[in-house]
Design a protein around this ligand. Structure first.
Ligand code: FAD
Length: 530
């Protein structure tokens, strides 16, 4: 198979166009092509009057492929991606804690290896959870067991389902292939910025769970890890609470794929003296604009073209005060969501359906902070800082989970908003126009203020006066790292595998899933050498 890169495709291309272009580029008649499929496709929008797709294709030829590759620099020999799972040789089931991307993929790989994993999840199954979350967004009644952070699918279940990642780890291909096998659209395999949408992600998650069970795994919902036992610094059992009853599961391996919101679990681990360190994270608010305006700003006259879909953006500035401010987790044609998981504390995030066709587009506008900003020896200090801001946001919103919002023009002029303009906040259950200074410290709001103005120079309309800021965005990443060694186990207790975003080893759906796979592989490897 050869991989041919740098193929320019018009927005209305067909499979015939792809074949013609690829054939032309390597000067081989198309009748000598056995197959020709897109491997990667990105949008080139550098010139607003000439937007096109830039593609790489995989082709099998009836002619000598090596000769072609020697002749054309755009072509190279490529291997088909394959992932193989070794057989698990252990005698006790590993326990995987958390059914987010990290835990689900860890459990899937363990199940594929024959390890019969036990996957426990404090929240509910994804269908019941969807009802719980919608009830919260409609009526403001929070269920602390089942919400945007907790439940099957983890934090990503109610998300844009962006599957982009900074990781170069080839296991990400395994993740995408499994997603497609379980119902995600094929295009995630080749789009440079793949996205699945909350509507397609949820059934995919359910199908992966059923596959884990089919392969011999056990999945327990409303089941929380509340402790563990160890002998000679090695795990011997997991302590769980299910339906109010405490139980013990004998095991020598526990994967802690608990996400960044498992604050009580962080406290339990800290009390048990599991080494944890504070790490840098970010804080800010969601910024929301008309989707049409962002599309025009990014795609000019091509805005609205169906092949392009809603436009995304990613921008950052480095301020004179030394702070970095950046946009994150952009949700084109999506909604701002109330992502709270604790009583009296409110936080936001963003979500889109696959179609990305809502009226607004939003992104987090975040300011990077380090442990030096909240000066404390306590490794959980960042988490307490998040809690403090979330409580202030809850109060600023009216103490009923209505989110505090502020128009960008008022925010820039540093005055409270009393009404909203033509961009209607999409957050539920409702919103309260106010002053975000009430819930974010000055060093954050001052940095955001400067950044919005500077970002407008890169993305026209970013500082549009009626755009809306919704607070507070505190859970973009974990405030801690649970320290682990090269065997991916806690540096103090063998058999305890800190994993995924909450443990500080991933940021986003794909990298969390990849980390889950890595931890599962280690458990399998250890079972073979035992
Ligand atoms: P999580 O997904 O947080 O999963 C952890 C799971 O562990 C949870 O289900 C929790 O209930 C469970 N748990 C915690 N403690 C215990 C315990 N003691 N016992 C049992 N179970 C426990 N990322 C992207 O890449 N793209 C996006 O578009 C995107 N959008 C997002 C939108 C929203 C609204 C949110 C909240 C996040 C979004 N993210 C997105 C981030 C992404 O969801 C996370 O990076 C990812 O889910 C982390 O995976 P994880 O498995 O490490 O942890």
């Amino acid at each position: 198979m050869i991989r041919i890169s740098n193929i320019h495709l018009p927005l209305d291309y067909t499979s015939e166009t792809v074949l013609n272009k690829a054939a032309k580029l390597i000067n081989v008649d198309k009748k000598f092509f056995k197959s020709c499929t897109i491997f990667r496709r990105s949008i080139d929008a550098r010139k607003k009057d000439n937007i096109f797709f830039l593609a790489t294709v995989d082709a099998e030829l009836f002619v000598n492929e090596e000769k072609i590759c020697k002749k054309f620099k755009n072509a190279e020999i490529a291997e088909k991606y394959e992932y193989t799972v070794e057989k698990f040789r252990g005698t006790v089931s590993p326990v995987v804690v958390g059914a987010g991307p990290a835990g689900l993929f860890a459990a899937l790989i363990l199940a594929q290896s024959g390890a019969n994993p036990i996957l426990i999840e404090r929240g509910r199954d994804v269908d019941t959870r969807t009802e719980d979350v919608h009830n919260f967004w409609k009526n403001g009644i929070l269920d602390t067991t089942s919400n945007v952070q907790f439940g099957e699918g983890g934090a990503g279940a109610f998300s844009d389902g962006k599957l982009t990642t900074g990781t170069k780890d080839t296991r990400q291909r395994k993740v995408l292939i499994e997603f497609v096998k379980h119902g995600a659209p094929d295009e995630i395999l080749y789009n440079a910025k793949p996205h699945i949408g909350t509507d397609k992600l949820r059934p995919t998650v359910k199908s992966i769970r059923n596959e884990i069970i089919r392969l011999g795994g056990k999945v327990m919902f409303e089941t929380k890890l509340i402790g563990f036992s160890a002998k000679d610094n090695s795990v011997t059992s997991a302590e769980i609470e299910h339906n109010g009853t405490k139980q013990t599961i004998d095991t020598n391996a526990i994967i802690l794929a608990i996400g960044h919101s498992a604050r009580d679990t962080f406290e339990m681990l800290n009390e048990k003296a599991i080494p944890i360190e504070a790490k840098a994270f970010s804080v800010g608010a969601r910024i929301e604009h008309h989707r049409e305006m962002i599309d025009k700003s990014q795609y000019g006259k091509f805005a609205g073209n169906k092949a392009l879909g809603a436009a995304s953006y990613k921008t950052n500035v480095h301020l004179e005060n030394g702070r970095g401010v950046y946009t994150f987790c952009m949700c084109p044609g999506g909604k701002v969501v109330n992502a709270s998981s604790e009583e009296n504390r409110l936080c936001t995030n963003g979500m889109s359906e696959f179609a990305r066709n809502e009226e607004n587009s939003n992104a987090a506008l975040l300011v990077g902070i380090t442990p030096a900003d909240y000066q404390s020896e306590n490794p959980l200090a960042g988490m307490y800082f998040q809690r403090e801001l979330e409580h202030k946001a809850f109060v600023a919103g009216g103490e009923n989970f209505n989110a505090p919002v502020q128009r960008v023009c008022d925010f820039i002029e540093n005055k409270a908003s009393t009404k909203i303009g033509d961009v209607k906040p999409s957050v539920g259950p409702d919103f309260t126009p106010t002053d975000l200074n009430k819930c974010l410290p000055d060093f954050i709001t001052n940095s955001m203020r400067q950044a919005i103005v500077q970002m407008d120079k890169k993305l026209h309309g970013f500082s549009y006066g009626d755009a809306v800021l919704t607070g507070v965005e505190t859970r973009s990443s974990s405030p801690i790292r649970i320290m682990r060694n090269n065997n991916l186990q806690s540096i103090s207790v063998a058999g305890l595998y800190p994993c995924g975003e909450g443990a500080g080893y991933a940021g986003g759906i794909i990298s969390a899933a990849v980390d889950g796979i890595k931890c599962a592989e280690k458990i399998i490897e250890n079972s073979i050498s035992e």
